[in-house]
Ligand binder design. Structure first.
Ligand code: SF4
Length: 407
C-alpha cells in the first residue's frame, strides 16, 4: 500500500480507489506521458486500437460508456477524443435521453469530429416498428444521420433478435445508411447468446458481460471462440465483476495491496485480464469524470502485464467472493421459478446500487424488470433456485433487500 493510503481505514481506502474508478492512482498521467515519448514529443498518447471482428473497422480498445448526463459533461468528450477514446457507447434509455442529447450537442458544436467517432446506440424494443421509432429519435438527439453500430439492448435469449423481421429491419436500415453495423448487447445468458449468434451470419457486433470471474468458463470460451471465428466484433462490459453484494472483505484489501505494490490498482488489473484476450476488441467502461477517463486511458496505454501469480490471485479472489456475484445465468434460477421472477435483473439492480453506487439506475432497472410491481416477488419460494444457483447466492435474501431498498 502506498504512503498516501497508510493510516486510512480499510473502508476509506477502498472508497478512495472506487472514486478513481478503473484507473490508476499511481500511474495515471505518468503512463500517458510515458506513452507519448520523451517530453511528450510525439504529442498526446492515444489508446491502442484493435480490429472489430472482421467488420473492417479498427476501434479504440477503450470505449466511453455513456450512462451519464453528457449534456452537462461536454469536456469529457473533447478529452476522450484527445486520448483516442473515440468509440462512444450510448443508448436511447440512458439518463432519460441526456446521454444521446449530450453527444448530439457536441457534434453540433464540432461537426468535424463526427467521422472520427465509432458511435453506438441501443434500443430495448423488440419489434421493427419499435426499433425504428427509437432509432429515429436517437439519430435526432445525436444530431447525426447514422450510427456506426446499433444494438438491440440487453437480450437474454437469441430469439429476441433472431427473427426474419429483425434481420430484414437491420438490412433495411443499413441500406438507408442509418446504421453501418448491427448486433446486440447481453448481460444474461451471455454464453448461449454468443454461441447461438455465431452461425447466424448477419450479426456484426456484440457487447457482453465479460470479466475475470466468468471469462474462463468452458461455456464462455466456446461462445467467444465461435463469435471470433465468425468475425463478430466483441466488446466487453462489466469488467470489474461487481455484484449484488458490496465487497467489503479482507480479500479485496489484500488484492488492492498486491497490485498497488506493483504500481497499479486492482481495477487496472481486472481490465488487463480482459485486454489480455486478443479476441476482445474493446472494453466499454462507464467514465463519468475526466479523472476516471484519464486513469482508464492510462490503463489502456500502460496496462499492467499480469504474471501467472497475478492471474491466480484474481482467481482466488473471484472464488472467495463468488457468493456475492451474479453470473447472469438467468436460465438456471428463472427456470427453477418457472419464469415467475426476473432474478438476474433483480440482482443487476442491486449490483448498480452496491457495486456501482448508482441508486437511480438501480431503481430504474428494477422498475423496468417489474412492470407489475414487486408484490409477487416476496411470495415466491426461492429454495430450488438457490439450490441450483452455481454462485451459491442467497437469492431469497437479496430479492427481499432489493424490494426493501429499491422498489
Ligand atoms: S442468481 Fe444465481 S442462477 Fe440466477 S442468474 Fe445469478 S448466478 Fe445465475
Amino acid at each position: 500500500m502506498s504512503d498516501q493510503h497508510r493510516g486510512q481505514s480499510r473502508r476509506g481506502f477502498l472508497k478512495t480507489l472506487g472514486a478513481v474508478g478503473s484507473g490508476s492512482l499511481l500511474a495515471g498521467a505518468g503512463a500517458l506521458q510515458a506513452a507519448a515519448g520523451p517530453a511528450g514529443a510525439a504529442g498526446q498518447a492515444k489508446v491502442p486500437r484493435r480490429p472489430f471482428g472482421r467488420t473492417g473497422v479498427q476501434v479504440a480498445t477503450l470505449s466511453l460508456g455513456g450512462i451519464f448526463d453528457i449534456v452537462s459533461n461536454q469536456l469529457m468528450l473533447q478529452q476522450a477524443l484527445r486520448l483516442g477514446v473515440d468509440y462512444w457507447d450510448t443508448a436511447y434509455s440512458y439518463s432519460g435521453g441526456r446521454s444521446e442529447e449530450g453527444i448530439g450537442r457536441f457534434f453540433a458544436r464540432y461537426p468535424q469530429t463526427r467521422p472520427q467517432v465509432f458511435l453506438v446506440t441501443k434500443s430495448t424494443r423488440r419489434s421493427p416498428d419499435g426499433l425504428s421509432e427509437e432509432l429515429d429519435t436517437s439519430l435526432k438527439r445525436l444530431n447525426t444521420g447514422y450510427v456506426d453500430l446499433f444494438f438491440v439492448h440487453a437480450i437474454s435469449d437469441i430469439s429476441e433478435v433472431n427473427s426474419p423481421d429483425i434481420r430484414r429491419w437491420a438490412e433495411r436500415m443499413k441500406k438507408a445508411a442509418k446504421i453501418k453495423l448491427f448486433g446486440f448487447s447481453t448481460h444474461s445468458n451471455m454464453e448461449e447468446c454468443l454461441y447461438k449468434a455465431a452461425p447466424l451470419g448477419w450479426i456484426d457486433g456484440i457487447m457482453m458481460t465479460y470479466n475475470y470471474r466468468i471469462m474462463h468458463t468452458k461455456a464462455m470460451q466456446q461462445g467467444v471462440a465461435a463469435c471470433h471465428q465468425a468475425g463478430i466484433g466483441l466488446t466487453a462490459m462489466k469488467t470489474q465483476g461487481g455484484g449484488p453484494v458490496a465487497d467489503d472483505t479482507e480479500g479485496e484489501l489484500l488484492l488492492a495491496g498486491r497490485f498497488l505494490k506493483k504500481g497499479y490498482t486492482p481495477y487496472q488489473a481486472k481490465m488487463a485480464a480482459v485486454w489480455e484476450d486478443q479476441r476482445i476488441a474493446a472494453i466499454c467502461s462507464q467514465m463519468t469524470s475526466i479523472t476516471v477517463l484519464m486513469a482508464n486511458a492510462a490503463a489502456a496505454l500502460g496496462r499492467p502485464r499480469l504474471s501467472a501469480a497475478d492471474r491466480q490471485a484474481l482467481q482466488r479472489y473471484a472464488q472467495a467472493t463468488r457468493g456475492g456475484y451474479c453470473a447472469g445465468c438467468a436460465g438456471i434460477c428463472e427456470e427453477a421459478l418457472a419464469g415467475q421472477a426476473p432474478v438476474a435483473e433483480v440482482m443487476r439492480s442491486l449490483m448498480y446500487l452496491r457495486s456501482f453506487g448508482e441508486p437511480l439506475r438501480a431503481r430504474q432497472t428494477l422498475a423496468a424488470a417489474l412492470p407489475q410491481g414487486p408484490g409477487r416477488l416476496l411470495e415466491l419460494d426461492y429454495s430450488e433456485a438457490q439450490r441450483r444457483c452455481p454462485q451459491g447466492l442467497d437469492i431469497a435474501g437479496l430479492v427481499r433487500q432489493a424490494v426493501a431498498e429499491l422498489a
